[in-house]
Design a protein around this ligand. Structure first.
Ligand code: NAG
Ligand code: NAG
Ligand code: NAG
Ligand code: NAG
Ligand code: NAG
Ligand code: NAG
Ligand code: NAG
Ligand code: NAG
Length: 812
């Protein structure tokens, strides 16, 4: 209850002067022992005599029946709270504050204590209290002066006549419009007043991000100056700069804002037209740059993790980089999260990215994350920087210092992983470019996070990739090969024992196990046949997976008699391969007598239909495809855990995805066709692609694939098949190509191909590589790694010798 004590002597306040700590001020207020009021719609407050400040319950906007015991400006309609008792602990409706002899006590409606004023002086009994015109609420005892003052317990704001000593501190609010305690502090530390962030989980302070000044007392004097008094007593004026304050006509306050900027504000007392707080002075001037100094690198910066801070009018403006969005839409200062996180589900065990071509880069100039790098390439150009980040599954962003911008002419690439900290954007100070690895927009629907595994069985299509021999039945990429070949291939490896029954998802290879029924359903009872090959029949199915909505289901009718273990072994070998230039095995079924393999679906069919179709594909696209195949083979030969010889490299067995990335299919299956005695009976290579040693009784090596690649490279260059009987003298492509090359008329090979003819240097390089690959002598053929490097231009291609040991014609 409020009791205006009319019989008391006139309300007298000795306004606190600059040295109030030493002044023995006795406020003779009109709040008496036993006075109280409650948090409700009556809005009772205790006001200062001038009517400038009110002490009361402030109803928290947007939070029904939650109240703060606070002090605010009465005259300013837009409520500005300068002090608050229970910022961490809001009071519910009908909570009550009362002046008792031990001080102010805030209790909830059930009588539980929420907050109480701690007496500055032990044992002193409160006798009365007052809301002063300075904004200070004081509790006094009859003979010991003030025993409590709100000025001694500031929240985020100080007012004229208020001071901070070595024990005082300000603590920012959590967010705009919030009153909860946030992550910034202003406090005294080791001889200075500093601004620092705190660890939100423990409250421990980080290093300062700004030093306001040296001294042991921060004073906001009555005239409106903020100053720091140093040890010898002299005063350093901080604010306002270059202007004389006028407290008669303005309210002043200095607040450590939720965004970490300590700001001096003024507000006209008699505003003509709606007034507003204007910021006169603030520190730091550019908060974003303060957090890229090494002393302040700890903490999550003004914008939180994975975000970019840009100073706009002294305030941090927080944005999310490409591929990221705000963690909390309502609070942009809280950091960002990656929309699609590739780590770790898209990573190979060796840390490389599984499907590189699903990612692209978005660049942002003048942006940097100075601290989160885990790898540095130097010297590096943009291409190398992107490639390194693309292939490295952990890499979220690469920061490039362009070679042309650096003093020594060497570019640098810093690779960063999540969380990205202390990101900033500054046109004047940052000379780097951030390259963000993002999921391509057309790949987003393939986001593995989206499909619900339990749904997968319900949908239909599975496209099984046509295999060794495509048939052109429905889709011409399974083009019909008249003579089907069964290849004899060897894995140079120890066979490992894979015992045990696969679970629904094989943890080692991440392959999915399907029941026969699943696949029957997905293919609509094996309705749509895509092709028939050496291993069985391929059906189209619709079945959502990480790789799209379609799959290819290959039904291996030839293996029924084979040992179960052999099948599982091969499946695991295939399942362990991860490369962007290999068709991905998604899962398998080995139920009863059924053996099925489920592959990702390739939208653009086979290289065969692409090369030999009606329209000649673009030169550059063909070169990319050739390089992709070379890389896929390099992986099979040298990089996967178990060496795999493909044995049937030809355009039918290279498929193209929706972005025309070449993917080798049907690797790893030839092993299943080898009979127990390992004889080559009945096995023939595809005419034109087969290395001569096929026909000799010598062990097969990876060089058989190099040979076939060479033939195929010529096909890619010329867009014609390796054997075209009707072309008479030029019927055998390898021979014709060598002839043209050795006679110096290489352009004859690409007669109607303007793009190729205008790129004769590259054409010659490709021819030389191909001729090296098709050497009759296997030892002369380069490895696929060397071939890849040659195609990339990383190594020179020497002049090749004649590839034919004997009269070429005798071979066919
Ligand atoms: C104290 O007195 C002032 C005027 O002298 C009045 O405005 C204010 O409401 C009074 N406060 C209380 C708690 O009675
Ligand atoms: C108390 O304040 C609230 C919110 O400002 C207002 O809606 C309500 O009408 C006020 N009650 C009285 C009695 O003035
Ligand atoms: C305090 O500051 C002084 C000088 O500024 C410095 O030499 C000293 O190491 C600091 N002490 C601590 C604990 O930071
Ligand atoms: C504060 O003191 C330190 C050394 O104690 C000095 O380096 C620094 O310049 C001083 N800062 C100001 C604003 O005087
Ligand atoms: C406040 O500081 C300013 C600048 O130092 C000074 O001119 C003014 O007299 C001071 N005011 C009081 C009340 O001490
Ligand atoms: C007091 O401190 C100020 C600022 O640090 C300095 O300029 C002045 O010389 C000092 N005076 C004495 C007596 O130390
Ligand atoms: C940042 O700036 C942009 C445009 O200047 C603005 O739309 C956005 O609201 C700002 N964000 C913050 C957090 O200030
Ligand atoms: C720049 O890179 C080249 C090649 O690696 C190296 O030889 C040179 O020393 C580098 N320059 C500097 C200044 O590091």
């Amino acid at each position: 209850m409020v009791s205006p004590l009319s019989h008391c002597h006139p309300f007298l306040v000795i306004l606190l002067g600059i040295h109030w700590i030493f002044a023995t001020v006795q406020a003779q207020g009109n709040v008496s022992l036993g006075d109280f009021f409650s948090a409700n719609d009556k809005n009772i407050t205790w006001q200062s005599p001038s009517g400038d400040f009110a002490f009361g319950f402030h109803s928290i906007p947007d939070e029904k029946d939650q109240f703060l015991l606070a002090i605010w400006y009465v005259q300013i309609l837009d409520r500005t709270i300068v002090w608050c008792a229970n910022r961490q602990n809001p009071a519910e409706r009908e909570s009550k504050v009362e002046l008792t002899s031990t001080g102010l006590v805030l209790k909830d409606p059930k009588g539980r204590e929420l907050w109480r004023s701690k007496s500055l002086k032990n044992d002193a009994q409160a006798s009365h209290a007052a809301m002063l015109d300075t904004g200070n609420f004081v509790i006094a005892s009859r003979n010991s002066g003030n025993i409590w003052e709100s000025f001694k317990y500031p929240t985020d704001t100080i007012l004229p006549t208020q001071e901070l000593d070595v024990d005082g501190s300000l603590s920012s609010a959590l967010a705009e419009g919030s009153y909860q305690e946030g992550k910034y502090q202003l406090r005294f530390n080791n001889g200075s007043f500093i601004l620092n962030q705190i660890d939100m989980f423990t409250g421990k302070p980080y290093n300062d991000y700004f030093i306001l000044g040296n001294g042991s007392r921060l004073i906001f004097n009555k005239t409106g100056y903020i100053q720091i008094q140093n040890s010898n007593g002299s005063l350093l004026n901080l604010a306002p700069e270059n202007a004389a304050p006028n407290p008669e006509s303005n309210y002043y306050r200095a607040t450590l804002n939720f965004n970490g900027v300590f700001t001096f504000y003024s507000y006209p007392r008699n505003p003509s037209g709606g007034g507003s707080w204007s910021a006169w002075w603030f520190r730091p001037r550019d908060i974003c740059s303060r957090f890229v100094d090494s002393t302040a690198r700890l903490g999550n910066g003004p914008c939180g993790y994975n975000s970019i801070c840009e100073p706009i009018n002294g305030r941090p403006n927080c944005t999310c980089p490409p591929g990221f969005s705000f963690l909390d839409e309502k609070n942009p200062y809280n950091g960002c999260k990656q929309d699609y996180t590739s780590y770790p589900q898209d990573c190979n065990p060796d840390g490389s990215t599984i499907e590189e071509d699903r990612f692209a880069f978005k660049s942002m100039q003048f942006a940097d994350f100075p601290f989160s790098d885990y790898g540095i390439l130097q010297p590096a150009n943009e291409f190398e920087c992107k490639q390194s980040c693309l292939r490295d599954c952990s890499c979220a962003v690469a920061i490039l210092q362009d070679p042309t911008l650096s003093k020594d002419g060497n570019g640098t690439c810093w690779k960063k992983k999540l969380p990205l900290s202390n990101g900033w954007f500054n046109r004047d100070a940052v000379d780097r470019t951030a390259l963000f690895k993002v999921l391509k927009s057309d790949a987003s629907r393939k986001n593995p996070a989206t499909p619900n595994p339990s749904d997968e069985n319900q949908n239909q299509v599975i496209l099984i990739l046509g295999v060794l021999l495509g048939t052109s039945a429905v889709f011409n990429f399974f083009s019909l090969a008249a003579i089907s070949l069964i290849f004899f291939c060897l894995y140079k490896r120890r066979l490992r024992d894979f015992n045990g029954i696969p679970s629904r998802r094989d943890l080692e290879t991440n392959l999915r196990f399907f029941t026969y029924k699943d696949l029957e359903q997905a293919t609509n009872r094996f309705k749509e046949e895509l092709g028939r090959g050496a291993f069985g029949t391929v059906y189209k199915g619709e079945l959502p997976s990480s790789f799209g909505n379609y799959v290819a289901v290959k039904k291996l009718d030839k293996f029924v008699q084979e040992g179960d273990r052999e099948f599982k072994t091969e499946v695991k070998v295939i399942g362990q391969t991860h490369h962007k230039n290999l068709v991905r095995l998604i899962g398998y079924c080995d139920e009863g007598e059924h053996r099925l393999l489920v592959y990702e679906f390739m939208q653009n069919g086979s290289l065969s239909s692409f090369l030999f179709g009606v329209l000649r594909p673009r030169w550059q696209q063909r070169l990319q495809i050739a390089l992709g195949i070379a890389k896929g083979l390099t992986y099979l030969h040298e990089e996967c855990s178990i060496q795999i010889i493909h044995c049937d490299i030809k355009p039918h067995n290279v498929l193209l995805d929706d972005s025309f990335t070449a993917k080798i299919s049907d690797f790893g299956l030839a092993k299943l066709l080898i009979n127990n005695t390992r004889t080559m009976t009945g096995i023939r290579g595809t005419k034109g692609y087969v290395a001569p040693e096929w026909f000799k009784n010598t062990p097969l090596t990876v060089k058989v694939d190099v040979y076939s690649f060479g033939v195929m490279l010529l096909e890619i260059v010329t867009c014609r098949r390796c054997v075209e009987i009707e072309m008479e003298d030029a019927a055998i492509l390898t021979e014709w190509a060598y002839e043209c090359y050795s006679e110096g008329i290489a352009e004859k090979l690409v007669e109607n191909d303007e793009e190729a003819r205008s790129d004769l240097g590259k054409l010659e390089m490709l021819l030389k590589v191909a001729i090296w690959c098709v050497q009759d002598e296997p030892l002369l053929r380069p490895s696929m790694r060397t071939v890849s490097m040659m195609l990339e231009g990383a190594v020179q291609v020497p002049t090749p010798p004649c590839p034919f040991l004997a009269n070429p014609l005798s071979r066919f």
